[in-house]
Design a protein around this ligand. Structure first.
Ligand SMILES: [Zn+2]
Length: 66
């Protein structure tokens, strides 16, 4: 549906972590990460296991974009 496409464009980029579309966030290696997940990642620095999961997920998504 064309209408859905326009909606998605207006809602911003899709976050590679939570897969929600957000207006604000950062781009790392062509992967968009929303503000919420960026803050989560700062906390995850202390929890190596979860942090590694994030990195793995990011790598998977960034390789899809190439
Ligand atoms: Zn997110």
């Amino acid at each position: 549906m064309p209408k859905t496409k326009i909606m998605k464009m207006r809602l911003g980029k899709q976050c590679v972590i939570c897969e929600k579309r957000k207006e604000e966030g950062i781009l790392i290696a062509k992967s968009f990460i929303c503000n919420t997940c960026e803050h989560e990642m700062v906390h995850l620095d202390e929890q190596d296991q979860l942090y590694n999961e994030y990195v793995k997920q990011m790598r998977t998504f960034s390789s899809q974009y190439v």
